[in-house]
Design a protein around this ligand. Structure first.
Ligand code: FES
Length: 248
């Protein structure tokens, strides 16, 4: 993990309060799906963590929602300005080859799964990408990789099937060998408890303060001998095996 000064290549409003930020990739380290970056934003004390959604040798892309002072300031940054970025942070999704896989995303959970789907596609996996959002405006089709089977759902039925993406996922033939998920905790909990017969990998999004494994402000309880053990989402995660999480 290193910190680099990276120029902004694009900071585009996708819809409502969601933005796509593309920055130069000045990192020597290779990023893996599931990794996040930690951005220093002048005017706020703590860095902000963002999952990597798009990764190439030339640039890194994240999707963020304007929800507070930090992301408000970030949304006003323009092409050519620079940001201090820490990365790659956290662990990564395990990647397999030639498998039938399901990706399940709700809300902003889409970001790490976009990067993951690109890598899974390169390894000749058959991908079923279940992508749920509140409405059509929150389905970011323009940044989705091609050559993947997408199943969309919206709460209001304005795009894809109407309803909750997990309920729709359950109506499909369940012969996936691996399941990956990212998004709201309720979705991750349901996916994690759904099957004990196949691997389920989830990306957690706990609140982070230091983001470097120092403050223990982001812990999650994991099944281990005895009463379980606390792990740091920022350092030991954010990717965990779903069946190992103790949902509290
Ligand atoms: Fe400090 Fe994870 S945010 S240990």
């Amino acid at each position: 993990m290193n910190s680099e000064i990276c120029k902004i290549l694009k900071n585009k409003n996708l819809s409502d309060d969601f933005y796509l930020l593309k920055i130069e990739n000045n990192f020597k380290e290779v990023f893996l799906p599931g990794n996040f970056i930690h951005i220093k934003i002048e005017g706020v004390f703590l860095r902000r963590p963002f999952s990597v959604a798009i990764y190439t040798k030339k640039f890194i892309g994240i999707i963020y929602k304007k929800i507070g002072l930090g992301t408000e300031i970030l949304s006003k940054k323009r092409k050519g300005e620079s940001l201090n970025i820490l990365g790659p942070c956290g662990n990564s999704f395990p990647i397999f080859e030639n498998k039938k896989v399901a990706l399940i995303s709700g809300g902003t959970g889409i970001a790490p799964l976009i990067f993951l789907s690109s890598e899974l596609k390169k390894r000749k996996n058959k991908i079923y990408f279940f992508y749920g959002a509140r409405n059509k405006k929150l389905i970011f089709s323009e940044i989705l990789p091609s050559g993947i089977d997408y199943i969309f759902s919206t709460d209001d039925g304005s795009f894809g099937q109407k309803g909750n993406i997990f309920d729709i996922f359950k109506t499909y033939k369940d012969d996936y060998e691996i399941i990956y998920a990212a998004g709201p905790e309720q979705l991750l909990k349901k996916v994690s408890l759904y099957s004990s017969k196949k691997p389920v990998y989830i990306s957690l999004e706990n609140y982070m303060a230091c983001g470097m494994g120092l403050c223990y402000g982001c812990v999650v309880k994991i099944k281990e001998e005895g009463d379980g053990k606390y792990k740091r989402v920022c350092k030991d995660g954010p990717i965990f095996e779903g069946e190992k999480i103790i949902w509290e």
